[in-house]
Ligand binder design. Structure first.
Ligand code: PMP
Length: 394
């Protein structure tokens, strides 16, 4: 598989080894073109104009919702456009606030990105509710499910952005459904690598970001179950979501559009649609198996470095691997800097997942994550880069 040439960045920088796709994927030319075409030839506000250009923009916006619905194997009536996963999760925490009272609990896991931890922590603090954290087993999966009659929301990541371990959702949804709790799934790390079937999963909400599926930043999509669409209160208010407004009463639209006040990010939406098409074509060419194989190569290469300790990891379905070092003379930031000097981009830190990372290491970790543009030569370059870095560190 060779999709590297589809990406302008690698045409401009052929020697760049980009290993940070779990943060943001690089963007293929087709996405850049779709966004530029929208701005050049189709730009107008939606819903407001009687003229053709505005009507075409509105049609594009609703067609994009249909496209995202196909991605979710669901209906457009369940799809909300947001700024991204963080925005979606904040919308959900705000919307579910009235269901959480003192003495209730909200369940998250130790594997959460801060985006799916902090909104619930804030909510629980404000309500006098308990934030329960699912502990992790040694393989990085959920050790148990502290769900009970007082659980109102279970908000979990589909896969950790540090470990790449995929979490089975079946037991969670069964336990949550038994007590009527809402189930929220953070699919930021799985959207590019798994087929998402939120309806079949029996969950209430699922969020992902455009920039993690080869699209632009500032756009994401949130899938909501029919009960969530019907029950969640308004998040933000403004133009485009009202039928009539007077000093005493306003009549809001029904359905997912009521979560989208203001002018939508139409450039981002044009890019997201092109990105989902790109992703579908890559999948049809075998990108899943390709990336799983490449991640296995990465894992076995890293295991040959005795200076590194691998954090728990998955089977490569999510192409993310993190390492740390227990040697106080080897700091992950030094390693990342020495790799960067060799044009190898890898991420060092706590990856916005401090509870998880601190569970495994006080040092933070170095994360390598892959995209469809990576090749076996990138793994070799990383091997050489790490060897050189360790030689320099003595
Ligand atoms: N959840 C997970 C698992 C993530 O990896 C990320 C991005 N690193 C987010 C949430 C937040 O996504 P965004 O920054 O696009 O809102």
């Amino acid at each position: 598989m060779n999709l590297r040439s589809d990406f302008p960045l690698f045409q401009a920088q052929p020697d760049l080894v980009y290993l940070d796709s779990a943060s943001s994927c690089q963007v293929p030319e087709v996405v850049v073109t779709a966004m530029a075409d929208y701005l050049r030839y189709h730009h107008a506000n939606v819903h407001r104009g009687n003229y053709q250009l505005s009507q075409a923009a509105t049609a594009m916006y609703e067609a994009a919702r249909e496209r995202v619905a196909v991605f979710f194997n669901s209906s457009a009536a369940q799809v909300v456009f947001t700024k991204g996963t963080t925005d979606s999760l904040n919308l959900l925490a705000a919307g579910l606030a009235e269901r959480v009272q003192a003495g209730d609990n909200v369940v998250v896991s130790l594997a959460e990105h801060h985006a799916n931890f902090l909104p619930w922590q804030q909510l629980c603090a404000a309500k006098g509710a308990e934030l329960r954290v699912i502990p992790l087993a040694t393989d990085g999966t959920f050790a148990n499910l502290p769900i009970d009659q007082r659980t109102r929301v279970v908000a979990v990541t589909h896969a950790s952005n540090v470990l790449g371990v995929v979490n089975e959702l079946t037991d969670i949804t069964a336990a949550a459904q038994a007590v009527g709790a809402y189930v929220v799934v953070d699919a930021a790390q799985t959207a590019a690598h798994l087929t998402l079937e939120p309806t079949a999963l029996g969950i209430d909400a699922l969020a992902f970001s455009g920039h993690k599926v080869y699209g632009p930043t500032g756009i994401g999509a949130l899938w909501l179950s029919p009960r969530a669409v019907a029950e969640l209160p308004l998040y933000q208010v403004g133009g485009g979501i009202v039928r009539t407004v007077s000093a005493t009463h306003s009549d809001y639209v029904q359905g997912v559009q009521r979560f989208e006040p203001g002018t939508p990010n139409l450039v981002g939406i044009a890019g997201l649609v092109a990105a989902l098409d790109f992703l579908a074509a890559a999948r049809a060419q075998g990108s899943h198996a390709y990336l799983r194989d490449l991640t296995q190569q990465l894992l076995s290469m890293l295991k040959d470095f005795p200076q590194l300790r691998l954090l728990p990891h998955g089977d490569g379905t999510i192409p993310v691997v993190s390492v740390t070092s227990d040697d106080p003379d080897v700091h992950r930031n030094d390693l990342a800097m020495l790799l960067d000097q060799q044009q190898i981009a890898a991420r060092s830190g706590h990856h916005c997942a401090q509870p998880l990372v601190q569970h495994y290491t006080t040092q933070g970790c170095l994360r390598f994550s892959l995209g469809v543009y990576n090749q076996a030569t990138d793994i070799q370059r990383l091997q050489q880069g790490l060897s050189k870095a360790f030689a320099l560190l003595g």
